[in-house]
Unconditional design. Structure first.
Length: 240
């Protein structure tokens, strides 16, 4: 009697356990995004500290996912679609970890901004941008679980919307800085936060592209549709 069904069953069970970890990790990161944006808008330093502390748990979960995926590769020697699935899981975990890092950076700058005069409307605008990215991330993870190619492509297309929101905020912050030199420091922090959120959108898009690769076997070769950048190259992306 062939042992293949038994081996396949064990592989599927192990993979389901890893996928459960990915979804738990994704839920933590989605909450981080919303909490970091709310902490910024409301100047809630306790909530910002919670975001910073959660990052350590996200990091631990990425390590656990990678360890379990490596064990699965070593014990089961998956091929073809199963191999793509394991590699996709590892790349999704890496993207989620990076989003968590950007949330932590937002929380750090929120603490600094809480000591400065508020820039009118900035907190609400950044929170709306963060919500758009959080929905992108949720949809990219849903597209993975459901193997929904159309949803993955939709997430990829939405990256342009986030870029445009970032560009609009960048111009707004420049206006505030030109109007009053006292706005320069807080607006620079706000700009770096906006850039962090824009980069979160890039990682949500990367997850969607991994889903497309998983389903089709090829990575999208057409370039992402990006909003026109208005940021000078030497300003960087605000990583700490």
């Amino acid at each position: 009697m062939s042992k293949e069904p038994h081996i396949a069953s064990v592989f599927d069970r192990d993979l389901e356990a890893i996928q459960a970890m990915i979804m738990k990790m994704g839920g933590l990161v989605e909450a981080q995004i919303l909490d970091a944006a709310l902490a910024l808008e409301t100047r809630d330093e306790e909530l910002a500290e919670k975001v910073r502390n959660t990052d350590a748990l996200v990091d631990e979960m990425e390590e656990l996912v990678n360890a379990e995926a490596a064990r699965l590769l070593a014990l089961r020697s998956p091929t073809a679609t199963d191999l793509r699935t394991v590699l996709t899981v590892m790349k999704i975990a890496a993207s989620l970890e990076r989003v968590g890092d950007y949330c932590k950076n937002m929380a750090k700058r929120s603490h600094v901004l809480a000591q400065m005069p508020a820039i009118a409307g900035s907190g609400g605008a950044l929170r709306r941008m963060a919500k758009a990215v959080e929905v992108m991330l949720k949809d990219s993870l849903d597209s993975y679980i459901q193997h929904d190619l159309e949803l993955a492509h939709d997430v990829r297309a939405r990256d342009r919307d986030v870029d445009q929101m970032y560009n609009a905020l960048f111009r707004e912050f420049l206006t505030y800085m030109m109007e009053d030199p006292r706005n320069i420091t807080p607006c620079m922090h706000l700009h770096f936060i906006a850039k962090n959120i824009e980069r979160m959108g890039d990682h949500a898009t990367t997850i969607a592209e991994q889903v497309i690769y998983l389903i089709t076997g090829t990575v999208p070769d057409e370039p992402r549709i990006k909003g026109e950048s208005v940021m000078p190259a030497d300003l960087g992306d605000g990583e700490d």
